[in-house]
Design a protein around this ligand. Structure first.
Ligand code: WT7
Length: 646
């Protein structure tokens, strides 16, 4: 029997669907035909202090460029995630926390307890000097206090900027400086897969580079020994003991900033993607309910880190706005062994599990026994995000993990889009392994050619979104021009995603990967320019060019071509030194998988590096390098091919 190319909506899902195929078509049609009334109606799912009467007001044209949603509405995002559930589900578990170490007891917080914790955290931030509009950097491990900190910022109207705990002191400093954070919230140490992460020590290294920084609030997570600088550093538990567990929720405009999250682009330093309050929360909450078919009482687990947008939208904001029980896991899927993820699912009777293809490929490689020795009977729906999922991994997830009974929702989206954009509704849309399927309500994807011509029918092209949606980012922090320039000038009047995409004869979308100089390493975005900048900071490096190449587990790996300064000797030691260097400059996720020393890089006569050639060589595809005659010195290619690292 051959593997089916299409997996129809199972009968029992059809029967109980919130939205079936016909209703999906109707709602999607209406969301495009009459967006004003559609979105004002959807907005009722949130708890507004002042309900909005205006929906989207936007233009992607240069002359009149602006984006706003529900501009006359007022709400508090944290109150939507806690206070409003108190009357109906105060005693229901809001957060289940599973520790890194499996022998330790999980922690649980009801909505009533979560409310108190968030209020207390908010009062601590206020006592540390935080005011509405201030930027607060959160550099935390995956512990419940991280979620409290996000919501505490939202409660008092401060703007959080979460920096992934795997980033280096330099990367952290750059992000604190860029948005002039006054407060950093961190922990003594983090734990991941049995290893300690020196978070506070990293903050100590970053702090002297950050003139705006006034206070560091330190949560005691491991009890490991750290330095505390008097006047600057305070223990969270000391301050928490002195403040009340009630704190008024600030009335915020729907368009007031909620958070900044830094993400890599094809050029320059990481961009501070800014999301605002009303539209973002609506988008996170509506997509969470519809795509995961979330029903009250279900245990839901998004196995991402809060340092990425997936953690923001699908561990914290979406589920908590919906009154869900959200599981937060401190560790990694494959520690202490490859059964852990499934053991956690069994232990907490998880019904909905959301993870990344890279994790699935790594687990798949360990063999089916690690899966089949666990029960997984509680699982009903599986999700994936972060990169295209190869059909082999999709089928393994479906057959081995889900025993054929759980639909898989493959969700395409980006930090910039706030939450999911192209994804199946499990009661409505038949699945095809490897396809994110169809656009969510309000989303109008288009495929365009290099000249911006819109392509119809079954075709392949660059993916643009032709109109605004409530969860869209509003600006790049501190650089509105860069926002416009990056996303709206390649194809004027449209939002350019940076992704390539195919649409099949059934109107299904298949993301083919980035078409810009961004690589997707284990579902995390890495700008080639960033890795290059880190490399050339090394005293022995004259020039560097970085490209992605196919990697079995990570999806894409990082391949760096390095030209050394005169009199510097290439060696394996130097290769390792450079890998460690990049790791220290940016963080472990940026570590190059391969470094090739190259006496020269392939450049055009005007000095532009021809990355197409570098990509081909890194891929090992050296027979079809295309036209190299326009190179200033075509002979460099022979050397590159001869000395390929593979
Ligand atoms: C890029 C965005 C979305 C949160 C995690 C990553 C790729 C994301 C999919 C998917 C194919 C995907 C795209 C996109 N991507 N999800 N389901 N299928 N590709 O967020 O770091 O902002 O990266 O990830 O290339 O542009 P991000």
């Amino acid at each position: 029997m051959t593997d089916p190319a299409i997996y129809p909506v199972p009968a029992e899902w059809k029967a109980k669907a919130k939205v079936d195929a016909q209703r999906y078509a109707q709602l999607h049609g209406r969301s495009l035909a009459d967006p004003g009334s559609f979105w004002l109606e959807q907005a009722k799912r949130l708890d507004w202090i002042k309900r909005p009467e205006i929906a989207g007001d936007w233009s992607f044209d240069e002359k009149d460029f602006h984006i706003s949603w529900f501009a006359d509405g007022k709400l508090n995002v944290a109150a939507n995630c806690t206070d409003r559930h108190l009357a109906t589900r105060g005693d229901q578990t809001a957060i289940i926390w599973e520790p890194d170490e499996p022998s330790e007891e999980p922690r649980r917080y009801t909505y009533a307890e979560l409310h108190k914790e968030v209020c207390r955290f908010a009062n601590v931030l206020k006592a540390a000097g935080a005011k509405k509009g201030d930027r607060i950097t959160i550099y935390m491990p995956m512990i419940p206090e991280a979620a409290f900190a996000l919501l505490a910022c939202a409660r008092i109207g401060a703007v959080h900027s979460v920096v992934f705990g795997g980033f280096s002191p330099d990367a952290l400093a750059g992000r604190i400086q860029d948005c002039d954070s006054t407060i950093v919230v961190t922990a003594d140490e983090g734990r991941r897969g049995g290893k300690k992460v020196p978070l506070k020590a990293n903050v100590d290294k970053a702090a002297p580079l950050c003139p705006s920084l006034e206070k560091v609030v330190v949560v005691q997570a491991t009890g490991g020994s750290i330095d505390m600088e008097p006047g600057r550093d305070v223990w969270y538990h000391d301050m928490a003991a002195m403040v009340a567990d009630e704190c008024p929720a600030e009335a915020m405009g729907a368009e007031d900033p909620l958070f900044i999250l830094y993400t890599s682009g094809s050029t320059g330093k990481p961009k501070g993607v800014l999301h605002t309050s009303g539209g973002y929360l609506l988008w996170a909450s509506l997509t969470h309910e519809m795509i995961f078919d979330y029903r009250p009482g279900q245990i839901y687990w998004c196995a991402a880190d809060i340092g990425w947008v997936t953690g923001h939208s699908y561990i914290v904001y979406g589920p908590l706005a919906n009154g869900a029980t959200t599981l937060m896991y401190e560790g990694v899927p494959n520690w202490p062994n490859a059964s852990r993820i499934w053991e956690v699912a069994d232990r907490h009777q998880v019904e909905i599990l959301y993870t990344a293809p890279t994790a699935l490929r790594a687990l798949m490689k360990e063999g089916d026994d690690f899966v089949t020795k666990t029960s997984r009977k509680s699982l009903k729906l599986l999700g994936t995000v972060g990169e295209p999922i190869n059909p082999e991994a999709w089928r393994w997830y479906h057959e081995v993990v889900g025993e054929g009974r759980c639909p898989i929702v493959d969700t395409w989206w980006q930090t910039e889009t706030g939450a999911a954009m192209i994804a199946p509704l499990p009661g409505a849309i038949d699945l095809k392994p490897g396809s994110a399927t169809k656009p969510f309500f309000g989303i109008e994807p288009q495929l365009v050619d290099a000249d911006g011509k819109v392509l119809d029918g079954a075709t392949e092209g660059n993916l643009v979104i032709a109109r605004s949606w409530p969860g869209q980012m509003r600006t790049v922090w501190g650089d509105h021009q860069r926002f416009f320039q990056t996303y709206f000038t390649t194809y004027p009047g449209k939002y350019f995603t940076g992704d390539g995409c195919r649409r099949d004869e059934d109107g299904y979308y298949w993301i083919t990967g980035r078409v810009d100089d961004v690589i997707n390493v284990s579902g995390h975005r890495m700008g080639t320019a960033e890795v290059e900048s880190a490399l050339v900071l090394h005293g022995k490096v004259a020039e560097a060019a970085v490209v992605g190449f196919p990697h079995d587990i990570k999806g894409q790996g990082i391949y760096a071509y390095v030209t050394l300064n005169a009199n510097c000797e290439a060696s394996d030691e130097l290769r390792n030194e450079l890998k460690q260097w990049v790791r220290a400059e940016i963080g472990p996720i940026a570590t190059p998988d391969a470094i090739q020393f190259a006496p020269g890089l392939p450049k055009t006569r005007s000095g532009k590096i021809m990355r197409r050639i570098l990509r081909k060589i890194a891929e090992g595809d050296v027979t079809s390098l295309g036209d190299t005659s326009t190179l200033a010195d075509p002979s460099v290619v022979d050397d590159l091919v001869a000395n390929r690292v593979g």
